[in-house]
Design a protein around this ligand. Structure first.
Ligand SMILES: O=c1[nH]cnc2c1ncn2[C@@H]1O[C@H](CO)[C@@H](O)[C@H]1O
Length: 338
């Protein structure tokens, strides 16, 4: 008999957020992972609203057994001038739907302390899926010098590797939200896998995909269909695309099925000042340069989005009860790159 593999324990650090909602539902629908907690952060919304939305999404999913730990309200350098993307996700972060307030409450422990604690009791076994600015993760690293060693892997939705950013030509939104924190994480020595917008902009849920989803009466798809309007409008106006980028779900897929992922390895640093504040620089070691600073550590970048949409749909199909398999051949032909 095949040995049962234990599901991978994940903590989702999140700023919900429409694509965060998709990612959280996707994780809850995937038996390969066990969501052991949500930690919250500013980004798409302020932290207070992120906590409220995280609790709400767990109530929608019927998973109030999962704890929510509230994260930092300020950046890792105590910055209070936060850039919040309500123009992408609506003022409530969930497509302006006026959902009722959640019944549940966050736990007493802070996000950083929850991360430290969980990594300590399950050394090497916990994956953090970081979907917002990296403040909580940097605080965890600063709180416990052992955290970078204890944590299994840190998967990051962030960075714009060799492409323009989405906040400005240099910076991607999550890195821009707290560049100092991002640099702490990339140089921490932890096992870091970054999924930049150079990848996620290839993972598009089109209008016709959405129509197919809408024809399902699954609970998650009905909910997502409601909140997606605002996200579609934003993408049409800002990027002139007839679809939405599946940023956060792509990172969850890298946790659910690492075999989908091809990576390149290199050193990543984040610029923290000037007009390129928030830019992510990858040095992929094609040329041997001797650095005077020996503390650089190697990070991995998700390189290839080829099979991700297919896989995303495969997972949600459990709820959507419709069939998408014919799409995989299209994806193999490379339409993602057109
Ligand atoms: O133009 C933008 N400005 C700010 N945030 C954005 C923009 N486009 C997408 N996102 C949000 O930032 C993360 C990816 O960078 C995603 O969470 C996405 O929803």
């Amino acid at each position: 008999m095949a040995a049962e593999t234990e599901p991978k324990k994940i903590i989702i650090d999140t700023d919900p957020g429409i694509d965060d909602a998709m990612a959280i539902f996707l994780a809850l629908q995937s038996p390969e992972v066990e969501v052991i907690g949500l930690t919250t952060i500013f980004g798409n919304v302020y932290t207070t609203l992120a906590t409220r939305n995280a609790l709400h999404l767990l109530e929608v999913a019927g998973r109030t057994d999962i704890p929510v730990a509230e994260g930092s309200h300020v950046t890792s350098t105590n910055g209070t001038k936060l850039r919040v993307a309500d123009f992408v996700h609506g003022v409530d972060g969930l497509g302006n739907q006026n959902f009722p307030p959640p019944k549940g409450k966050p736990i007493e422990e802070s996000a950083a302390s929850f991360l430290v604690h969980q990594a300590k009791v399950n050394p090497g076994k916990v994956t953090v899926v970081a979907l917002g600015p990296l403040t909580n993760i940097a605080l965890a690293i600063q709180l416990d010098p052992e955290f970078a060693k204890n944590i299994g892997q840190i998967l990051i939705l962030g960075g714009a590797f060799a492409v323009n950013g989405n906040v400005n030509p240099a910076a991607e939104a999550n890195i821009f939200g707290d560049p100092e924190a991002a640099d702490v994480v990339f140089t921490s020595g932890a096992d870091v896998l970054a999924v930049g917008i150079n990848v996620t902009h290839q993972v598009v849920l089109t209008e016709s995909d959405r129509e197919k989803l809408a024809s399902s009466n699954g609970k998650f798809v009905q909910y997502l269909n409601k909140i997606l309007d605002v996200y579609f409008s934003y993408h049409r106006e800002a990027y002139n695309v007839k679809g939405v980028y599946l940023h956060d779900p792509t990172v969850v897929l890298a946790a659910v099925d690492p075999s989908l992922v091809t990576c390149i390895e290199g050193i990543v640093r984040v610029q923290t000042s000037g007009i390129t504040r928030g830019i992510t620089i990858l040095y992929n070691k094609q040329k041997s340069i001797i650095f005077s600073n020996a503390s650089f550590n190697v990070n991995k970048l998700l390189e290839d989005a080829m099979f991700l949409i297919w896989s995303w749909l495969r997972n949600l199909e459990k709820d959507f009860n419709i069939h998408f398999y014919q799409w995989s051949s299209q994806i193999r032909q490379g339409f993602l790159y057109q």
